[in-house]
Design a protein around this ligand. Structure first.
Ligand code: 5RP
Length: 258
């Protein structure tokens, strides 16, 4: 692996713990002003000191993140769909690699939709993104989106993660599931988990704890942080679990105290 690629990956998955707390605020690319992200700058600013990296679109990066804060960027470069559209799986590439380089990102990210009508396009899209990005030492994070008709079980998520890794993704983002260790064991690259829809803070912390306990290198969490009644407390609690091995109880205490 070339120096640049390794260095960028080390900005995302921290070498001292081998773990990662990625704050996901890219939801607007298809959800619009979703709850908690109505004003991205106000949401993001207090959370910056606690996130290892930010996952977002170029639009939010340019308008809502200070240029003088040292935070690695994972740039969402796929899209082209919306929550009111016909098919969320019909994504393409929205952002060029030149723009990603201009924005000094540490990685680029796109979604794949295995089992959907657009499986082939999204998998070839991942492959082409990897072909281009490795020319510049920029890692690719593949997001395994799960269509409504799919079941988030180990069998399906193992399929998605392994395909993403086979096609060249350097990191894969998926969901936690029962027998998650099977997903990890069959995926040769690091896995982070998305938090998914808002659940109670304690359940979200248990999700993070279960995920890293079963082999995920961390989380790429959004709604369960920025839709919390105490986002700073929540990201501090997630950090304690991911980077310090805190128990759910201890982390929950951090959330309550903050
Ligand atoms: C939205 C995304 C998000 O990055 C991903 O789902 C993580 O966010 P959350 O924890 O809110 O699920 O890909 O399309």
């Amino acid at each position: 692996m070339d120096w640049g690629l390794s260095n960028r990956l080390a900005r995302i998955i921290k070498p001292d713990t081998g773990r990662s707390v990625m704050l996901a605020v890219d939801h607007g690319y298809f959800l619009g002003p979703t709850s908690g992200l109505e004003d991205p700058a106000t949401t993001i600013e207090p959370l910056l000191p606690y996130a290892d990296s930010l996952m977002l679109t170029r639009g939010v990066l340019r308008t809502s993140v200070p240029t003088n804060f040292d935070i690695p960027i994972v740039l969402r470069v796929s899209g082209g769909t919306s929550i009111v559209g016909k098919d969320l799986s019909n994504e393409g590439i929205t952002t060029s690699l030149k723009e990603a380089i201009r924005l000094n990102v540490s990685a680029v990210a796109l979604s794949i939709f295995v089992g959907s009508d657009h499986e082939k396009e999204t998998l070839l899209g991942l492959s082409e993104l990897v072909n281009q990005s490795i020319e510049y030492g920029i890692p690719v994070l593949a997001v395994t989106a799960v269509g409504r008709e799919m079941t988030r079980d180990a069998r399906y998520l193992s399929l998605c993660c392994r395909i993403a890794a086979e096609l060249g993704a350097h990191i894969v983002k998926t969901y936690y599931c029962d027998d998650f260790e099977k997903v990890v064991e069959s995926c040769p690259v690091p896995i982070v988990i998305a938090g998914g829809k808002k659940i109670t803070e304690k359940d979200a912390l248990k999700l993070a704890h279960d995920a890293v306990s079963h082999g995920a290198v961390g989380v790429d969490m959004g709604r369960n942080i920025f839709q919390s009644d105490n986002p700073v407390g929540m990201i501090q609690a997630v950090r304690a679990i991911v980077h310090k091995g805190s128990s759910v109880e201890d982390a929950y205490g951090l959330y309550q105290k903050a």
